[in-house]
Design a protein around this ligand. Structure first.
Ligand code: ADP
Ligand code: MN
Ligand code: MN
Ligand code: MN
Ligand code: MN
Length: 381
């Protein structure tokens, strides 16, 4: 394992739109494309293997043909890729293994074609260092039977083709101040709804438990929610939903940023609120369980903050509906808290809590695994 280390620095900037030059004219003739895509593909099936590259955020994919539609994920072949091209392995020993973990219907190719979420491993089967899913699995396995549910609110910001201007913003300045854009409707308020709508439908087609969308406080910024989903599925489905978002935005020629504070100043940042409950929290008297869990989170605040996303310090300032990252604070219905307990959970004395700290670019395996570990595995001492 010493040979395959994380050499992510060479590709780390790939996620930062500001340092990238925008592509030239890449638009193809859709009418011509449709002719080819309408050709029958016979009985064989296309499987798009998807994995996470060396920055922990870059999603990578490549396709292979299967002779027939697989019945289950275990029927799928292992595969490999050039880890040195994803910042995950040195060139002289560059093969990283792809281990299929979950199958999703493919909304882009349709039919029996599939998208396959994969873990990244050494040829020995041992996870490579950037494989945070393996670590999350271990956390969940340490306390089985608790039926943990995750509901994740993914916020994201659309950018114009120039990759500098948020989508729909004037080229020579800023739109009017925040206020009318959140959950808005109308030409003057909602920029890029088509991306959110197309992505919503793609998620439904792929059996991702997407539970809603809304326009965000900053114009050009949107949110969707995934969940509730059980255990590791919550994180898996969020990763796949991000892949679908990137792919939809590619087709529509809009850039997606998961930066936690894409525009400095008096503009809201982008988060990834993570809602969590266990079976006990959802049952009669679960409120006590919720409060105990939240207090444990407070004891490990610093550790969680460090793992909750790159650049989150630009977002968690105490302004714009956030708690300052140096303080831990929880409260009922408090959107300026680190953790919010919904009013309904207090009223019904059961339900869930919302961790508002994770940033839009967080690693869901890290965040979900840590929330579970701190609240359900750790004794709090
Ligand atoms: P907010 O009011 O913070 O904007 P949202 O409606 O955007 O909340 O998101 C709430 C998320 O919490 C949804 O994904 C929802 O499915 C999820 N959720 C609902 N109940 C639970 C629960 N018991 N445990 C975990 N997640 C839940
Ligand atoms: Mn090649
Ligand atoms: Mn929300
Ligand atoms: Mn939001
Ligand atoms: Mn929220």
């Amino acid at each position: 394992s010493e040979k395959v280390e994380n050499v992510a620095s060479s590709v780390v900037d790939a996620n930062d739109l500001n340092v990238r030059k925008p592509p030239g004219d890449v638009k193809l003739d859709q009418g011509v494309m449709d002719r080819y895509m309408a050709l029958p593909q016979g009985t064989r099936v296309q499987a798009e293997y998807v994995w996470i590259g060396g920055t922990g955020l870059d999603l990578r994919c490549k396709t292979r043909t299967l002779e027939e539609k697989p019945g289950a994920v275990n029927d799928l072949p292992l595969w490999n890729y050039d880890g040195s091209s994803c910042g995950q392995a040195p060139g002289d020993d560059s093969e990283v293994m792809l281990r299929p973990v979950k199958i999703y219907p493919d909304p882009f190719r349709g039919g029996d074609n599939i998208i396959v979420l994969c873990e990244t491993c050494l040829p020995t089967g041992e996870p490579i260092p950037s494989n945070t899913r393996a670590k999350a699995r271990a956390s969940f396995d340490a306390a089985p039977g608790l039926e943990p549910w995750f509901g994740i609110e993914q916020e994201y910001t659309l950018f114009d083709k120039d990759m500098v201007t948020p989508f729909g913003w004037p080229k020579d300045g800023e739109p009017g101040p925040q206020g009318p854009y959140y959950c808005s409707v109308g030409f003057e308020n909602a920029y890029g709804r088509g991306v959110a709508e197309a992505h919503y439908r793609a998620c439904m087609y792929s059996n991702i438990p997407i539970s809603g969308i809304n326009g965000e406080v900053m114009p050009g910024q949107w949110e969707y929610q995934v969940g509730p989903a059980v255990g590791i599925n919550g994180a898996d489905d969020l990763v796949m939903s991000r892949f679908l978002l990137q792919r939809v935005a590619e087709d529509l020629q809009v850039a997606v940023s998961l930066d936690p504070k894409p525009i400095p100043g008096d503009w809201n940042g982008a988060g990834c609120h993570t809602n969590f409950s266990t079976e006990k929290m959802r049952q009669e008297g679960g409120f006590k369980e919720i409060v105990e869990a939240v207090e444990k989170l407070g004891k490990r605040h610093k550790q969680h903050i460090e793992a909750y996303g790159e650049g989150n310090e630009r977002r968690l300032t105490g302004l714009h509906e956030t708690a300052n990252m140096n303080t831990f604070k929880y409260g009922v219905a408090d959107r300026g808290a680190s953790i919010r307990i919904p009013r309904a959970a207090e009223a019904e004395q059961k339900g869930y809590f919302e961790d508002r700290r994770p940033s839009s670019n967080m690693d869901p395996y890290v965040v979900c695994g840590m929330i579970f570990d701190t609240t359900c595995v750790w004794d709090g001492k």
